[in-house]
Design a binder for this molecule. Sequence first.
Ligand code: FAD
Length: 350
Amino acid sequence: MDSYDIVIIGAGPAGSMAAYNLARKFKVLMLEAHKVPRNKSCSGVLIKKAVDLINKNFGHIPDDVKSRPYTTNGITIVNEAMVAQDFCDNGVNVLRDRFDYWLMQKAVEAGTEIKDNSRVVNISENENKVTVTIKGDKVYDVDAKIVLACDGVNGVSRRLTNSPQQDKVVTYQKFYHAVASFDTSKFYAYIAKDFSQYDAWINTKNDCIIVGTIAKKLTTAKSLHQSFIEYLTTHKEFKILNEVKEETWCIPLVIPDFPILLRKKRVFFAGEVAGLLNPFGEGISLALFSGLCFAEACLKQNSFKLCDWTEIEYNYTSSMKNEIEYMKRQWLFLKKFYPYFWNNVLQSNQ
Ligand SMILES: Cc1cc2nc3c(=O)[nH]c(=O)nc-3n(C[C@H](O)[C@H](O)[C@H](O)COP(=O)(O)OP(=O)(O)OC[C@H]3O[C@@H](n4cnc5c(N)ncnc54)[C@H](O)[C@@H]3O)c2cc1C
């Protein structure tokens, strides 16, 4: 049986950031359920905070990973009375399959061993090690001193470690060749109940305009999506030329006081599976940051043994503290300035 210092589950931004930094000192295996490059339903807007973390750790984002317009200019929140307010932020527009693949390759260059098409199906622990069971072409086990779960909202690590499950909402978005009277560098979030049980959005990627919404159930999301399209057609000169594709996914319903899970025995959690998500579904900056904080906590260990996982937990949670508080402060800001949004999200998803 192969043995590693650290096994990372999931090759998204959280997993690759952790792997990239850890591989300098430890023997690291990163497992990805899908064949890479894999798609992840996403608006692909990297806020400035995420871009800064990437530049510092991985270098500049190559153009072939980006989608047009390459730079984004923040979020415009359109309230229930259809009044728009801009929140500027200099970000970057990326295609998630290419972006995540680029990050993963950086982790491999740093020394990470990667196995794609390798789905984790079991995690078991004894006193000294964690055994991870993988289903690929065959079923087999690997051992690790500790595990970092970065398997996102649809992952299995919470269930396999008997941790509390995440409450989720469904995202539904369609890609269109279309015309509309919007600033293509902006991400528009509409909070009216007629369009969403969270927010409905419109943004641009290459030659597509993407229209999406969120609800507790997919059938509700589809019906709200239709109402939103009708509104855009009537009021925003939105004209569909043809439909390109549709995507259904989930986001964890992260609202204030939602419990965040950073460790269960020898299994640590980062990114979305830990419950890290900013309001309006921005999660890449938190995925990158938590992956980095976990790696730094491990790198502080003097020996190669990684035996003192309580110390790793202490350092990891300490460095995440401010970011988690910031996440919660944003909700308090929204409660103050957008009480309608706050109430809609809480009431719709009870
Ligand atoms: C519609 C939509 C739009 C979004 N738009 C934005 C946006 O514009 N900007 C932003 O910052 N955030 C956005 N988000 C959120 C963002 O996509 C996530 O927060 C982010 O991807 C989380 O990163 P992660 O590394 O934690 O997990 P993920 O990126 O989800 O990666 C998890 C990985 O784990 C793998 N995996 C799962 N189960 C297993 C298993 N059993 N074994 C092995 N591997 C496994 C998955 O295949 C996947 O590759 C959006 C989300 C949605 C749904």
